[in-house]
Design a binder for this molecule. Structure first.
Ligand code: GRG
Length: 398
């Protein structure tokens, strides 16, 4: 029965991919199962490649779930969130980084699935009432709204553990990956997802929320008072953070991303607030995105220079992705986003548009994409898909 329904999901995904491919070239707006997608990409060859990679990831995720033998409701809850669509950005980055470094695709598939599992777990937990308390995600009700809070927590836990099981068991799979590479993939994923990465960033974000009502107003006021210098000051602040990120994430280092915020004094300058915001997002969102790039490079046994370049590319697009996400929360449409916009304002969150303004935030995101592309230009034509993807990140409407 489960196998039968999984086959239907895989079949539906293939249909969705064919629909995308047909409609892309005409630039038509189409409705997928869960959300509207306005197809913003102009390069249809890239779009086709992206959809092939996504379809491959969907099929691999379905296959991973088909192997498990869990209590029925737990499996339903995991399937509900993992197979709910989503852009599959992180696994696509794993596959593309692996491709750029000349790796074999079958070796990177388990790590690609693993990072999507970790990402999905983080979304389920982030939506919980004790965190962001969201009702919609990926165009449907959030996990805890459908399955209750306890099962949503456990589905997240299960996805996190399944991620590492998927990597660990890949040594016996179709690829040619070695035990040493598996250990390295495990380290990269754990470090990106843990206390010095995503989870740590989430904690800092929650802490910042407590101060937010005082500090958002404070910082916004200070930036407004700087008048025409507002954009410049903010951009310089983001730049300072990107430069400091450059030395972060060195292989084997522990807690390289953890910022030192110093005092919680509400008189901190607006520029400092922008740096703090960038540091939070470098950990909360950026660490997993940069981790995806590193995972792909490590799978291909890339040299240190290639790995560093891909990691820096990841940090730049990670920040650009977050700025785009903040902008969508202000300007986005619920049907396309698959979740309610305006949540950041509701929660009193410090955001880039809040601090820099909409136009300046857009300019900053574009500048970061340019820096990201410059970083990987040495790979020549092999990096063209990654460069396309970087542009998609700031142009997306969902
Ligand atoms: C709960 C441990 C824990 C961590 C949560 C990533 C995260 C940390 C929370 C998500 C909150 C959020 C909406 C952040 C903005 C950037 C982001 C990660 C958006 C969601 O990722 P997408 O757009 O989602 O790639 P899809 O659904 O396309 O996979």
């Amino acid at each position: 029965m489960v196998r039968f329904s999984l086959q239907w999901i895989a079949f539906a995904e293939v249909l969705r991919t064919i629909c995308f491919m047909c409609l892309d070239s005409a630039g038509i707006c189409c409705r997928t199962f869960n959300f509207h997608v306005r197809l913003v990409m102009t390069n249809s060859v890239f779009t086709e490649h992206l959809h092939e990679l996504r379809a491959m990831i969907e099929a691999a995720l379905v296959e991973e779930l088909a192997k498990v033998s869990w209590p029925g409701r737990l499996k339903s809850a995991v399937e509900y969130s993992l197979l709910a669509g989503g852009k599959r950005l992180r696994p696509v980055l794993v596959l593309l980084a692996n491709e750029v470094c000349g790796g074999k695709q079958e070796d990177a598939i388990p790590a690609a699935c693993a990072i999507e599992m970790v990402h999905t777990y983080s979304l389920i937990h982030d939506d919980l009432p004790s965190m962001d308390d969201d009702d919609f995600r990926r165009g449907r009700l959030t996990s805890h709204k459908v399955f209750g809070e306890a099962l949503a927590i456990l589905a997240g836990d299960c996805l996190l553990t399944l991620a590492f099981e998927t990597i660990a068991t890949s040594v016996t799979g179709a690829g040619t990956i070695s035990g040493l590479q598996i250990a390295e993939q495990t380290r990269i994923l754990a470090s990106a997802a843990g206390g010095s990465g995503m989870v740590g960033g989430q904690v800092l974000d929650l802490e910042a929320e407590h101060e937010a009502f005082v500090n958002v107003k404070n910082a916004e006021m200070q930036l407004k008072n700087t008048g025409e210098h507002r954009c410049e000051a903010g951009v310089t602040a983001v730049q300072k953070d990107v430069n400091s990120a450059d030395s972060a994430g060195v292989q084997g280092e522990r807690s390289p991303l953890i910022p030192d915020f110093g005092s919680s004094d509400s008189n901190r300058t607006a520029e400092t607030r922008v740096v703090e915001l960038s540091q939070i997002h470098r950990m909360k969102t950026g660490a997993l995105i940069a981790g995806a790039l590193e995972l792909g490079a490590a799978t291909a046994s890339a040299d240190a220079d290639s790995r560093n370049r891909l990691r820096r590319f990841g940090h730049c697009i990670g920040l650009a992705f977050q700025i785009a996400d903040d902008l969508l929360d202000v300007t986005g449409d619920q049907t396309r986003l698959g979740k309610k916009p305006g949540r950041d304002a509701d929660l009193g969150k410090l955001t880039y548009p809040g601090l820099l303004g909409i136009e300046c935030s857009r300019a900053k995101a574009e500048q970061l994409v340019q820096e990201a592309c410059d970083e990987i230009a040495v790979f020549g034509d092999r990096s063209r898909w990654l460069r396309e993807l970087a542009r998609f990140i700031v142009e997306r409407d969902h």
